[in-house]
Design a binder for this molecule. Structure first.
Ligand code: TXA
Ligand code: MG
Length: 320
């Protein structure tokens, strides 16, 4: 879809109802979640879902996450095993996506799961997302609301910069508090980390009382992913990115972490990984707008640092 006029909606009752109406009419509405902004469509409407791929310029093999208003709705769509139920009880609503066997009777457009027998499903915590999902009263397919391969949006302005004129509406509720996409867990048959994200792996392992298996598709650059979406170059700013930079080279902008007097922007001067996650995409957007190479300080690989390093590594990877 292109050349449509994109309405900017406030996150009031009226705005939320209007966004639900757009979804019911087969349109596309971007909405806030606690992780990043999602680009929503009715998950049962194949034409609407196809428009998501078109608006994002997204490769068709990459399946979408279904957002639901309740665990009941989730169980109508997917078959939960014991570990999945335990994780949902502990962390939903929240930044966690579960990949589970799809119930054929759920009636989702097959485009949502890109033809896979599984579906990624999530119950978001953001009150505006919850109000929208409750008002719509059905599953909403929503990838992050950015053009494919670009940095995920953590504000309505980021969504508008990438998708204005290509989608029907943007529901604006300010900045996303977590700032990183959800953590994705699969069960095939072991509980497996498919994508690190806004819920730390350590919390999941503590809840399950076991280590997560890890997923190796990351090792195959830009291959059609079997647990998809893990394209090596992703979240890419236009400018080059250099990781683990302790010094800055001529012409580079510095993205700092911890005490750093050279930093142009600092993810967290106090070294707090939660604050750094919340700032990551916003700061990449801001530095990218200056069109110069970016040097990024080392980030510790623990807690949310795993997800931050994952996104930075993809952003720095050679472009396909
Ligand atoms: O926080 C989030 O997860 C955000 C907000 C909007 O909810 N959404 C998001 O969606 O990040 P997206 O499409 O940008 O990333 C979804 C990831 C992709 O890597 C996709 O391949 C994977 O989830 N995924 C979805 N369904 C899957 C499935 N059935 N099997 C394996 N991976 C799946
Ligand atoms: Mg995305």
């Amino acid at each position: 879809m292109s050349d449509v006029s994109t309405q900017l909606l406030d996150a009031t009752r009226t705005g939320i109802n209007r966004a639900a109406e757009i979804l019911r009419g087969g349109g596309l509405a971007a909405f806030p979640t606690e992780t990043v902004y999602g680009l929503g469509a009715d998950a049962c409407d194949g034409r609407a879902v196809a428009q998501i791929f078109d608006a994002k310029g997204r490769p068709a093999f990459n399946p979408l996450i279904v957002h639901v208003a309740s665990l009941d709705m989730a169980q109508d769509i997917a078959v939960f095993n014991d570990d999945a139920l335990r994780l949902a009880a502990a962390f939903w609503p929240g930044p966690l996506t579960l990949v589970l066997p799809l119930r054929p009777k759920a009636n989702l457009s097959p485009l949502v799961s890109a033809g896979l027998p599984t579906v990624g499903i999530r119950l978001p915590e953001h009150p505006v997302a919850q109000q929208l999902l409750t008002a719509f009263d059905g599953p909403v397919a929503a990838p992050s609301a950015n053009r494919s391969g670009k940095i995920s949006p953590t504000s309505a302005a980021h969504v508008a910069a990438g998708l204005s004129g290509r989608i029907d509406a943007i529901l604006d509720a300010g900045a996303c508090p977590v700032g990183l996409e959800s953590t994705i867990i699969g069960f095939d048959p072991m509980s497996t980390l498919l994508r690190s994200g806004g819920l730390p792996v350590e919390a999941i392992e503590t809840c399950l009382g076991a280590h997560l298996a890890s997923h190796s598709a990351n090792a195959t650059p830009n291959a059609a992913p079997n647990a998809p979406g893990q394209l090596t170059s992703h979240y890419a700013p236009t400018a080059a990115l250099r990781l683990n930079a302790t010094t800055t080279r001529k012409g580079e902008l510095k993205l700092g972490f911890g005490p750093d007097t050279q930093a142009d922007l600092n993810l967290s001067p106090s070294g707090d990984l939660v604050e750094a996650a919340a700032n990551l995409f916003q700061y990449l957007h801001r530095l990218d707008a200056q069109n110069a190479p970016i040097a990024v300080a080392p980030i510790p690989a623990k807690g949310l640092g795993l997800a931050i390093n994952d996104r930075l590594t993809r952003a720095a990877a050679p472009r396909p």
